[in-house]
Write a protein that binds this ligand. Sequence first.
Ligand code: CP
Ligand code: NVA
Length: 303
Amino acid sequence: MKRDFLAITDFNESEIRETLKLAGDLKKKKGQILDVLKGKTVACIFQEPSLRTRVSFEVGIHELGGYSLYVTDNEIKLGVRESIHDVAKVLSRYVAMIEIRTLSHDNVIELARHSMVPVINGLTDLLHPCQIMGDMQTIIEHKGKVDNMKVAYLGDGNNVANSWLKAAVRIPIDLRIGTRKETMPDEGIVQEARDAGRSKIAITEDPKEAVRGADVIYTDVWASMGQKDKADSQADLLKNYQVNSRLLAAADKDCIVMHCLPAERGREITDDVIDGEHSVVFDQAENRLHIQKAIMVKLASWM
Ligand code: CP
Ligand code: NVA
């Protein structure tokens, strides 16, 4: 039966662990062309800009032996030129999988509901599941494990923060979110993570408390796609949550610093930290390739 990957919780715990293991194995075979998607096409729909997601999906599809079709909203005008229902039905007749980046999470749910082929969420304003899957791979590479790691997320309670909470539903993590009450993550997702009882979930307005003894310090832009008009007011709200060397001093001395990129250097993170010895941001970027290949392999195996 076709399965989708719209949220990390669409995979159960063992499927997440298998996917992480597979991504590590695929990384060792980097550059080899496999035949998992041989003769198949994957549509990559982008309504928003992207470097990492677009390129890593296209390269990954190529390395799995498939063909990627880049589709922008200029062509389809999702939900405007025709309904998402009809787009899903039509694409299902042409392609083996659909990856989509669009702001509205409801669009992705609607697309997946009517698609006969797997749909992968390449970022919505609610969730960015491929990112945090790749980030867990990066943590395992640098720390040997992700289980029970102290992960401190600082800044805006956005799609990336929400995705950490979704990961914490399935995998035990000591997750601390440092943010303002005005910029909290999604309330329902916080509750879901707490109700799951799998992870420690702490939310604090004190950035020092969030990073105390942390193994991982994570940040992201303070104004996401679709909210760039709020960039200055968000910066004003969140200025105490900047990841800089003073904050780093409160974390574990061997902590790693993560950012999904693109970064606004000098805002949520300083140059010395993002370019410093603790930073693993380019490993994160690379692992998007390997984890998404693993996700596509899993989805293809369930068809
Ligand atoms: N991290 C990430 O998703 O980057 P892009 O927006 O460039 O795809
Ligand atoms: N929170 C950011 C992530 C970018 C990869 C955004 O949605 O713009």
